[in-house]
Design a protein around this ligand. Structure first.
Ligand code: PLP
Length: 395
C-alpha cells in the first residue's frame, strides 16, 4: 500500500503536515481523534451513506458518452456524473461528511471559505439541513463575480462575510476563516472545501469523496467487466480528482491524469497551473506546490474558471506527481471553453468550466488511445452557474 499515506504527522511523501498557529494544534488533534472514531462507527457511517443516497442523490450515474466517443473514433468515453449531485457538484459529499463530524464533536457553529461560491453553497446547504449557524468567508472581488452564489448562500440562511484584504479572493478568504477559527476554536468547526489545509483535512476530505471512485469501479466493472484504462479529472485543490482516483490507486493498469487550469498558458503569469509551474512552499496549513514569485510571495492565480483559480494544490497530489503515479497537465482557458461547447452539443450536458478542463484534455489523449480501451472522466459539476461567463466568452 505504497500510496495510502499520510504518516501520523500528516505527510504524503514530503508534502502535507500541520503548519498552523500553536493554539490550533489541540483542535487538530481533537478533530483527528473524533474522525478516527467515525471510521468504524456503524451509526455514523450509516447516517452519512443514507444522506448521500436520500439527500445528495447517490449513487450518481456513469453515462456512456456515445456521440463524443464517435467524434474521436477511438477509446470508449464514460462520464461519472457528479453534476447530478444535489447543488450541482461533488462538493456536497464532503460538506455533509464534515458537518456530521462537527455535530458529533458538539460544535455549534460552522465556518467555511469559498472562492467561486460552490463550497459555500454546499456548506450552507448542509447547515440548513441540520440547523447549524453558518458563516462563509468570501473575497469581496469574488462576491462581485459570483453574485448568484452569494444570493443562494443567503437564502439558505448563511451569513456571507466579505473579505477586503489582499487580492480580495479565495486565498484572503481562507486567511480570514483561519483567523476566525483561532479566535472561536472552542465552539467552531471549520469545514474546508478541498483536499488542502493542515492534517487531517486532506485525508479526511479525500475519504469523504472516495465514494466517487468506488461507485465508478462498481459501475464500470458491471458494464465493461473491468477497470478503465484512463481516469481524467480536473484539479483545483484536487478533491474531485482524488476521490475519483483513490480507489484505483493500487491498480497499476489504470492510468491517471489530473488537469490543471493553465489560464492564458503555463508560460505566462496568468495561470493556475500549480504543479506545472509551482515550487514547494507553505500555504494555509500545509506544504505543497505553490505559485510563488522569485521573492517567495504567493502569486495570484488566473483561470477563466473561478473554481480552479487557487495558487496551491493538495499535498497528496504533490506526492502523486513526484512519485509519478498521476500525471498532471495544463489546459488553457480557450481549450476549456471549446470543450464546454463541444460536450454541450455532442452529449446534451453543459459542463461546469472546471469540468471542461478535464474534458478538453481528451483532445490530446484520444488520438493516442485504442478502440478497445476505456476512458472515464469525472464530470465534477454542471455549468448552469457559469452561463454568464460562457455567453460572454462566445459573444
Ligand atoms: C470546486 C470545484 C472544482 C475544483 O475543486 P477540487 O477540489 O479540485 O475538486 C472542480 N469542479 C467543480 C464543479 C467545482 O465546483
Amino acid at each position: 500500500m505504497k500510496y495510502t499515506a499520510p504518516t501520523k504527522e500528516g505527510y504524503f511523501g514530503k508534502f502535507g503536515g500541520k503548519f498552523v498557529p500553536e493554539i490550533l494544534i489541540p483542535a487538530l488533534e481533537e478533530l483527528e481523534a473524533a474522525y478516527e472514531e467515525t471510521l468504524d462507527d456503524p451509526v455514523f457511517q450509516k447516517e452519512y451513506h443514507d444522506l448521500l443516497r436520500e439527500y445528495v442523490g447517490r449513487p450518481t450515474k456513469l453515462t456512456y458518452a456515445n456521440r463524443l466517443t464517435d467524434h474521436y473514433g477511438k477509446a470508449k468515453i464514460y462520464f461519472k456524473r457528479e453534476d447530478l449531485c444535489h447543488t450541482g457538484a461533488h462538493k456536497i459529499n464532503n460538506a455533509i461528511g464534515q458537518l456530521l463530524l462537527a455535530r458529533k464533536m458538539g460544535k455549534s457553529r460552522i465556518i467555511a471559505e469559498t472562492g467561486a461560491g460552490q463550497h459555500g453553497v454546499a456548506t450552507a446547504t448542509a447547515c440548513a439541513k441540520f440547523g447549524f449557524d453558518c458563516v462563509i468567508y468570501m473575497g469581496a472581488e469574488d462576491m462581485e463575480r459570483q453574485k448568484l452564489n452569494v444570493e443562494r448562500m443567503r437564502l439558505l440562511g448563511a451569513e456571507v462575510r466579505g473579505v477586503h484584504s489582499g487580492s480580495k479572493t479565495l486565498k484572503d478568504a481562507t486567511n480570514e476563516a483561519i483567523r476566525d477559527w483561532v479566535t472561536n476554536v472552542e465552539n467552531t468547526f471549520y469545514i474546508i472545501g478541498s483536499v488542502v489545509g493542515p492534517h487531517p483535512y486532506p485525508m479526511m476530505t479525500r475519504n469523504f469523496h472516495r465514494v466517487i471512485g468506488e461507485e465508478t469501479g462498481e459501475q464500470i466493472r458491471k458494464s465493461e467487466g473491468r477497470d478503465p484504462d484512463y481516469l481524467i479529472a480536473c484539479v483545483g485543490g484536487g478533491s474531485n480528482a482524488i476521490g475519483f482516483f483513490y480507489p484505483f490507486i493500487e491498480n497499476d493498469m489504470v492510468k491517471m491524469i489530473g488537469v490543471e487550469a493553465a489560464g492564458l498558458g503555463a508560460d505566462t503569469d496568468q495561470t493556475a497551473a500549480t504543479i506545472t509551474k509551482g515550487v514547494p512552499g507553505v500555504l494555509h496549513g500545509s506544504l505543497s506546490y505553490l505559485l510563488q514569485s522569485e521573492e517567495g510571495q504567493i502569486q495570484l492565480a488566473h483561470s477563466v474558471s473561478a473554481g480552479l483559480d487557487y495558487p496551491g494544490i493538495g499535498p497528496e497530489h504533490a506526492h502523486l506527481h513526484d512519485s509519478k503515479r498521476v500525471h498532471y497537465y495544463g489546459v488553457t482557458d480557450e481549450e476549456a471553453m471549446n470543450a464546454v461547447k463541444l460536450v454541450s452539443e455532442k452529449e446534451g450536458i453543459i459542463p461546469a468550466i472546471e469540468t471542461a478542463h478535464a474534458l478538453a484534455f481528451l483532445e490530446k489523449l484520444m488520438p493516442t488511445t485504442q478502440k478497445d480501451e476505456i476512458v472515464a472522466v469525472n464530470f465534477s459539476g454542471r455549468g448552469d452557474k457559469d452561463m454568464k461567463t460562457i455567453s460572454d466568452w462566445f459573444a
